[in-house]
Design a protein around this ligand. Structure first.
Ligand code: EPU
Length: 426
């Protein structure tokens, strides 16, 4: 298992580039199921979850070629024949987003078998709302031996009101609706840029969608979709992570190839903490010269402050003067980083969904354990300013969603390296 070794203390200086969004790329790859034609996706990040999705699609009979060399961020997918429309437990258990194939599989083949995703480090993560929507569209859903099976001749348009806002639920049902018979109206939809990105790709394939990016989406089903070439949005969470890296390290960092419009809540919160940001068209310069001030933060659905930036914000809060109250409203158990940050010297108390961070506390190096993707990112950020050499274990979590983060950070002056197993087998 790979580890990172980070020696803290260097301010980050220079330009760091943001990759394509993992959480846009995953549904867009699943959308290739909706057509027999070739789909070309550009700006695909080279991260573990993308490789997992490639395996998932290939196991169904698709061809999926991840580019290399100069075309390393291009992926070509063709789902001419889907001989085995199933997402097996071996894959679903490593990536919950595998359930995104449910909607497009039923829409295209009339049948899907998907392993029920279990809980994960950040909470229960059920998919009941995906299933409820598919049932409303006429699918017959059964569950047996840990698998969900959805079947129908052809999905029908329906009126779907989400009980709760769900990102992949909105995406899954959007992909089902584009090939359904008639009109589907979805209310209380997720408005995340990843939903808008997927809708843009689907529109390029011939789908008729109105309102993506708002809470109500209307879809007129069509009988067939065609191939498309689509460019994935920049990753707003990777960009936000780098903004915090610049701020926490007292550096002067240009976060390039991002979309600042997708980062409004993060930008506002960092400014509230006293971070200096110069926002350009597709880049943001971050500087932190003076003292950082504490600020309260609560995660909300887009356009609010993203839950995927909560752990990174908490690392920053340890360096702000005063008390910051952080409230996690989206997931029930997303404070796994707290115990590790505390081991590095942070003063954080958790009570239910709220964490109270008292700063500023100096951070010390320690051996720490990554528990999930964003928690790992917060530990890297803490390690950047810790006194001494921090060893982060289980960095496979970070590899799921950040493209070569250690190389990118090293490029702007961080002392970070990856090492394989330190201790050989006896
Ligand atoms: N929920 C239900 N029933 C459902 C679906 C969701 O109760 O059928 C609940 C969840 O348990 C959670 C809330 O609704 O409490 C929101 O979950 P959502 O469905 O929006 O999350 P997701 O679609 O599974 C995506 C991202 C996550 C991100 C969340 C919230 C992808 C592949 N994943 O997950 O990203 O945290 O939206 O923004 O898009 C990450 O990248 O690290 C990550 C976890």
């Amino acid at each position: 298992m790979d580890k990172f070794v980070v020696r803290g203390g260097n301010p980050l200086l220079g330009t760091i580039k943001v990759s394509g969004a993992k959480n846009s790329a995953l549904p867009c790859m699943a959308a290739a199921i909706l057509t027999e034609d070739e789909v070309i996706l550009e700006n695909i990040p080279q991260v573990r979850d993308i490789e997992t999705e490639r395996k998932l699609l290939e196991a169904m009979g698709a061809t999926c070629e991840l580019g290399y060399g100069r075309a390393q961020h291009r992926t070509t997918i063709q789902c001419a024949v889907l001989s085995d429309p199933e997402a097996k437990y071996e894959i679903v258990k490593t990536m919950r987003a595998s359930s995104l194939v449910l909607g497009p599989l039923v829409a295209r083949t009339g049948m899907a078998r998907v392993a029920v995703p279990g809980g994960c480090a950040i909470g229960g993560r059920p998919i009941d709302l995906h299933l409820k929507g598919l049932e409303l569209m006429g699918a017959n859903i059964t569950q047996e031996h840990g698998y969900i099976e959805a079947r129908t001749e052809r999905l029908k348009g329906a009126h779907i009101l989400f009980d709760k806002i769900t990102v992949t639920g909105t995406e899954d049902l959007l992909m089902a609706a584009v090939l359904a018979d008639g009109e589907t109206v979805m209310e209380n939809c997720a408005q995340e840029p990843e939903v808008t990105d997927l809708a843009a790709m689907l529109a390029g394939m011939g789908a008729q969608i109105q309102g993506a990016g708002s809470s109500t989406i209307r879809v007129q089903g069509v009988s067939k979709l065609h191939g498309v070439k689509h460019r994935i949005n920049p990753d707003r969470i990777e960009a936000g992570t780098f903004l915090v890296a610049g701020a926490i390290s007292g550096g002067d960092l240009n976060v390039d190839c991002c979309n600042p419009q997708h980062l409004a809540a993060v930008i506002a919160k960092l400014e509230e903490c006293g971070v200096r940001l110069d926002v350009g068209k597709d880049s943001i310069r971050v500087r932190s010269e003076g003292k950082l001030k504490a600020a309260d933060m609560a995660t909300v659905e887009y356009p609010g402050f993203p839950t995927d930036m909560q752990a990174q914000f908490m690392a920053l809060a340890t360096q702000c003067e005063g008390t910051s109250v952080v409230t996690e409203n989206i997931f029930e158990n997303r404070f796994m980083h707290v115990s590790e940050l505390s081991r590095m010297g942070a003063n954080i108390k958790v009570d239910g969904r709220t964490a109270t961070v008292r700063g500023k506390t100096p951070l010390q190096s320690a051996a720490v354990m990554c528990s999930d993707l964003r928690a790992s990112a917060s530990l890297v950020l803490a390690a950047l300013i810790a006194d001494g050499e921090t060893i982060l274990d289980r960095v496979y979590h970070i590899d799921r969603g950040y493209e070569r983060i250690e190389e990118k950070l090293r490029g702007v002056g961080a002392q970070i390296r990856r090492m394989g197993e330190v201790f050989g087998k006896r």
